[in-house]
Design a protein around this ligand. Structure first.
Ligand SMILES: [Zn+2]
Length: 417
């Protein structure tokens, strides 16, 4: 059930999402295709053949040709599969403006194996790509427990991604706030306090059974109207592990089943903040080392890359908007290789500058030039040396602090002699 959050994979898909979101077609000619797990390739191909036939009715010559070209291209690619990957497959294809010259159109094909199963079949031909389902698949899927209580009932639920499931609802048996005639006020208060105390203990026992013994949630949210949730949380009821796992208290209009559903909406920031809490821990570790006189850490592009190449990297941290590429030029005549790291928009200029330089070994200037996103480059290197890569947000407070170190830092394994 437990799934490791892969920040690099999420970074890659997010980068692609940004690229695709900015694309618009000349006409209704951009194809989005979502294939859920276990759907057989021949079934998808048959559907695309039908769409090809339907497309012959499109009046505009250019749009018709573009749609049919894209369909043929998708079918060719999908025919390479005996069966689709375990999580299914997502395909985007169509004629989009070329990055070098937006007046030119080029046929682009994107294929994504999503981090979670594709939930539904979808075929769309539109003037933009349909990205919503893919976006929803990127949300984090840690199980979060919810207790939603007031003094009359308590609901127990599980949030997984954007789904919520109500596991159980119990009633309190706590009497009404209003005293019956003839009862002394003090006695009434005491009975009521005992009832509340007993109810909170019962809630805690159910919570332990559901969230520790059965579902092993990593995080817990306590919600409900009024003060009951605070009293319950602050009092000596909840198992210490669940107390530690509690990420926040959320005000809702209702308790019980309705309260659990409300928690998903009202607690959205809290739920998305879970990843930010993990990031903060990572960055705090980095900052602690960086503040020591001989801390096990380097930062900035060059020192970081060198440490990784030396095999001295344990954890590599990169800001999500580092926006840097590595350009590699290899001499076609003698094989000499050189590299540059470029930040921002200057890639094109830098590329042509490298192309014009004479090779320092053989003097010719015939280069093969490759451009690679820094995250892809570093991740490849990291895999070779067994280091871990974490991409961190640059919007959170900790993320902003980290960015000041050059957008990349490495926790080292040992001190260099
Ligand atoms: Zn050369």
């Amino acid at each position: 059930m437990e799934q490791q959050y892969d920040s690099v994979e999420v970074y890659r898909v997010k980068r692609l999402l940004t690229e695709l979101a900015n694309v618009s077609g000349r006409g209704t000619e951009l194809i989005s295709l979502y294939i859920p797990p276990k759907r057989p390739p021949y079934d998808v191909i048959n559907q695309l053949k039908e769409e090809y036939g339907t497309a012959s009715n499109i009046k505009s010559d250019q749009t018709r040709t573009h749609v049919q070209d894209a369909l043929v291209h998708i079918m060719q690619r999908l025919k390479l599969y005996k069966q689709f990957p375990e999580n299914g497959l997502i395909v985007f294809c169509g004629y989009v403006p070329s990055p070098d010259n937006p007046a030119n159109l080029e046929l682009k094909y994107y294929e994504i194996v999503p981090p979670k199963p594709v939930p539904t079949s979808l075929y769309r031909c539109d003037d933009h790509f349909h990205l919503d389902i893919l976006k929803s698949l990127l949300k984090e899927e840690d199980l979060i427990g919810v207790i939603s209580l007031d003094l009359s009932e308590a609901g127990f639920g599980i949030i997984a991604g954007d789904r919520v499931e109500v596991i159980e609802v119990i009633t309190s048996g706590v009497g009404s706030k209003h005293r019956q005639g003839g009862q002394s006020a003090r006695r009434f208060e005491r009975i009521r306090e005992n009832e509340i105390n007993e109810f909170f203990h019962r809630v805690a026992a159910h919570a332990k059974e559901i969230f520790i013994d059965t579902y092993r949630v990593k995080k817990l949210i306590i919600s409900g109207p009024g003060m009951a949730k605070e009293d319950f949380f602050k009092g000596d009821y909840l198992d210490y592990r669940l107390k530690q796992a509690t990420i926040g208290l959320v005000d809702t209009g209702y308790a019980g089943e309705e309260g659990i559903r409300e928690t998903l909406e009202r607690g959205e920031e809290l739920i998305e903040g879970v990843r930010l809490i993990e990031e903060k821990k990572i960055i705090d570790r980095f900052l602690t080392e960086a503040s020591k006189k001989d801390g096990l850490v380097v930062y900035g592009l060059e020192p970081s890359i060198n440490a990784i190449k030396d095999g001295n990297a344990d954890l590599i941290i990169i800001s999500e908007d580092i926006n840097t590429v590595r350009i590699e030029a290899q001499c076609r005549s003698c094989g000499y290789t050189t590299e540059r790291f470029v930040q921002g928009q200057d890639v094109f200029k830098e590329k042509s500058d490298m192309a014009q330089q004479p090779c320092p070994v053989c003097g010719k200037s015939l280069w093969d030039i490759k451009v690679q996103d820094i995250v892809d480059y570093v991740t490849d290197l990291a895999t070779q040396v067994g280091a871990r890569v974490e991409i961190v947000s640059s919007k959170s407070e900790a993320g902003v602090m980290f960015k000041n170190f050059g957008g990349i830092g490495v926790m080292l394994r040992y001190h260099k002699k």
